[in-house]
Design a protein around this ligand. Structure first.
Ligand code: NAD
Length: 500
């Protein structure tokens, strides 16, 4: 399907009364509808709770109204929604669901195209996929696609098992594994910044870049997700997927074409080039942390171990910092530092590319050496780019001073960029899997991350908690860079300013 064609499909959302469906999926579908990006479509909400169609439509309406400023065409929009109360393990429930799907397919002329969106706990993914096939729901004359949320397994073994189950009903090119970071405007922009600018691509290698830093920090703690987080931790929750995906996009070779297969195969090559860190070496490359109590904005906050549904002696990490080495020709010797965590100073996702110093420095700024050139890509909450340069200080002297050139998406485009889920839903409906994760990427990411979690499991000493709430992680995360002669660029001082 080309960029201008509008998709037609029946979308079944499993977990339609849940948080994800209500906060993200319904408002995103409404946006697509309002922009005229949907042609013919219908949605079946599937969940355990017993609801009438009318109650469900009202839920959808409420979730759209609480997320959007507009209510234009809302009644027409919700007329495309139906509800099916469902037990995921019961075959008769799938038979009834199939009857409803066929009826809607005829009523809305959906050409037998079906998208199954699994917005529920991952332990159900395999069972649902198997039932969809066994009970005839995947037997359609149009396309069939499966959209699944993270986490995709909790290690390589469980991911393989899950993959085997879903592959009984869907082929790899029918599976859309969501990594919502890949739907973010500025993550998608990484490739454009790199491959559409003559001033960056020639410098994008170990001759000119000294290190790359990726920070994804949250201010919130674990909130009500303690039960899930205890089994996951920051390494599985953030590094295996979002952080490694950003590393792959930053480090990949230019694809020969901008097609799904070419882009994915370049990302896979990056993941294959990651230096595997095992056993005691893990301590040299990775730091883990867990938040203690602290005062943030005058509010006394509890330590992770005192949160709901958390073991008072938990050794789950709420923070990870790591040094990743990509052992290939382009990147040999350039560290990619990553850090992510909860209850940190600020909510930011940012990438800082630090360029090497020029060979000879003619200028001094008040007895300091020149500031390095930085390219900062602001992923969220601000979206934009800042380039840190040196320029002449105003006045008589020949001193240099750092200056920033910034571009802010919001300022330039005059509007908020679309929610990641809106872009990803649209991509899936159009059959574009570029911004979804291929199984090969999932498998390589898990094998890299499993080495780290295995080593951590064998190291008894954790001395948690080791960072105060409201701080940028433990001291060891700073030392990780200091021993290489670098430091984390402070995320709070790199604000986007709009250039006019
Ligand atoms: P949730 O607990 O809010 O909702 C779960 C949904 O599953 C509900 O609609 C519930 O009725 C349904 N359900 C549970 N058991 C069922 C059963 N036996 N039969 C039929 N339906 C059943 O969960 P959520 O926060 O919406 O998350 C859903 C998935 O999305 C999870 O895999 C989660 O990891 C992932 N995810 C969520 C978010 C988010 O922002 N909420 C973000 C990223 C990924």
């Amino acid at each position: 399907m080309n960029q201008t064609e509008k998709p037609t499909a029946l979308i079944m959302i499993f977990g339609a009364t849940g948080d994800l469906a209500n906060r993200k999926l319904f408002p995103s579908l409404y946006q697509l509808y309002q922009k005229g990006n949907l042609d013919r479509f219908a949605v079946i909400g599937v969940a355990r709770r017993s609801l009438t169609d009318e109650q469900f439509k009202q839920n959808v309406k409420d979730s759209v109204l609480s997320a959007e400023n507009s209510s234009e065409n809302i009644d027409e929009f919700i007329s495309h929604f139906s509800y099916h109360s469902h037990d995921v393990t019961d075959s008769s429930s799938y038979t009834a669901l199939n009857q409803l799907a066929e009826e809607l397919d005829n009523r809305f002329k959906l050409n037998g195209n079906r998208i199954f969106y699994l917005a529920m706990a991952p332990e159900f993914f395999g069972t649902i996929a198997e039932h969809l096939k066994k009970d005839g729901l995947t037997n359609v004359k149009g396309f069939k696609r499966l959209v699944i949320e993270k986490p995709f397994g909790h290690d390589l073994e469980s991911a393989k098992k899950l993959n085997k189950q879903i592959r009984t009903a869907f082929s790899e090119n029918e599976i859309y594994r969501i990594d919502h970071y890949l739907g973010k405007e500025m993550v998608q922009n990484i490739e454009v910044i790199r491959f559409a600018n003559a001033m960056f691509e020639p410098l994008w290698n170990n001759r000119y870049i000294s290190n790359i830093q990726i920070t994804s920090s949250e201010v919130l703690g674990v909130e009500e997700r303690g039960r899930y987080y205890e089994k996951s931790g920051a390494l599985r929750d953030m590094v295996q997927n979002h952080m490694l995906q950003m590393v792959a996009l930053l480090a990949m070779e230019p694809p020969i074409r901008l097609t799904t297969d070419e882009i994915r195969s370049e990302k896979v090559r990056v993941l294959r080039s990651l230096r595997q860190v095992t056993g005691e070496d893990v301590g040299k490359y990775f730091v883990r942390g867990q938040y203690g109590e602290g005062v943030v904005n005058g509010e006394q906050l509890p330590a992770y171990r005192n949160e709901d549904m958390v073991d008072p002696e938990s050794t789950t990490e709420t923070f990870v910092a790591g040094k990743l080495m990509i052992d290939n020709f382009r990147w040999a010797g350039v560290p990619f530092y990553i850090r992510t965590g909860k209850r940190m100073l600020t909510k930011q996702t940012k990438i800082v590319i630090q360029f090497k110093d020029i060979p000879m420095n003619l200028y001094y700024q008040t007895e300091q050496t020149l500031a390095p050139n930085l390219l900062v890509i602001h992923i969220q909450p601000e979206e934009g780019i800042t380039l840190h340069l040196n320029a002449k200080k105003f006045g008589q002297s020949l001193d240099a001073t750092p200056v920033k050139m910034s571009f802010a998406n919001k300022g330039i485009n005059g509007m908020n960029t679309p929610e990641a889920y809106e872009l990803l839903l649209f991509d899936c409906m159009r059959g574009d899997a570029t911004n979804f994760t291929h199984w090969d990427e999932v498998a390589l990411s898990w094998s890299f991350v499993d080495n780290i979690s295995n080593a951590w499991r064998n190291m008894k000493e954790t001395s948690f908690p080791n960072y105060e709430s409201g701080k940028m992680g433990p001291q060891a995360a700073h030392e990780l860079l200091e021993k290489d002669g670098f430091h984390w660029w402070p995320v709070t001082t790199l604000d986007v300013e709009t250039c006019n």
